[in-house]
Design a protein around this ligand. Structure first.
Ligand code: PEP
Length: 251
């Protein structure tokens, strides 16, 4: 049985004291509750060290929102996998649509980042998803297939044992307009069957595929009860402890 994973992508929100407050509140809200999911928080780089001091004695895990694929060197403004490991990160979000559209990351760069994360024992949360235009043109499956195949190019099933895929339709991110549970399930099922063809049935069965795109306390339960939806990557609703914890409880 796949364990559900709820991850909070804080994006460019919260300073150090905001990080202390939010993680402390999440811990307080979760205290004593039986949680059927793994919980990950992904604050901005500057707050990771502080975040780690707060989560290390809890069941909450730490992730980063991005990284560069080189270990060190003349890459002004970038953060390396070694640096993320050094401050206690276990996960890293890669290929988020904002990285693709605002910062011009393509499938080849994302593939290098996934390879580097795996080499350094960081667990990648690999985001894929179609734009509204692509959905309306009827090429959603084609886009997903291309992103998935390019992003995982050259990686074996063994190397991908800690992979998480996040299906995030771009039109649903930060818009308040989530995919319906049926729309999301249809794509998740497609991803799982494609992974089965690329690798094996067994690997596809155990792969965690999160849904992301305007997940809120009031839609989480229905989305998370779909057979191929194994958790959520949450943006806006993870910035308030009570809504993030309600999503975790929806599992
Ligand atoms: C995200 O940034 O990954 C995301 C899904 O954002 P939101 O939940 O705000 O749509």
């Amino acid at each position: 049985m796949r364990r559900k994973i709820i991850a909070g992508n804080w994006k460019m929100n919260n300073d150090v004291s905001g990080t202390v407050n939010l993680i402390s509140e999440i811990k307080k809200e979760l205290n004593g509750k039986i949680v059927n999911a793994d919980v990950i928080v992904c604050p901005p780089f500057t707050n990771l060290e502080t975040a780690y001091t707060l989560v290390k004695d809890s069941s909450i895990k730490l992730g980063a929102q991005n990284m560069y694929y080189e270990e060190s060197g003349a890459f002004t403004g970038e953060i390396s996998p070694l640096m993320l490991k050094n401050v206690g990160c276990e996960f890293v979000i890669l290929g988020h649509s904002e990285r693709r559209t605002v910062f011009g990351e393509d499938d080849q760069i994302i593939n290098k980042k996934i390879k580097s994360a795996i080499k350094h024992k960081l667990k990648p949360i690999f985001c894929i998803g179609e734009t509204l235009n692509e959905r309306e043109k009827g090429v959603t499956f084609k886009v997903i297939e291309t992103q998935l195949k390019n992003g995982l190019e050259g990686l074996s099933e063994n190397e991908l044992s800690n992979l998480i895929v996040a299906y995030e339709p771009v039109w649903a991110i930060g818009t308040g307009k989530n995919a319906t549970p049926q729309q999301a399930q249809e794509v998740h099922q497609f991803i799982r069957s494609l992974i089965a063809k690329m690798y094996s049935q067994n690997f596809a069965y155990q792969l965690v595929i999160q849904y992301g795109g305007s997940v809120k306390p009031d839609n989480a339960k229905e989305l998370l009860s779909q057979p191929d939806i194994d958790g959520a990557l949450v943006g806006g609703a993870c910035l308030k402890a009570d809504s993030f914890v309600k999503i975790i409880e929806a599992v």
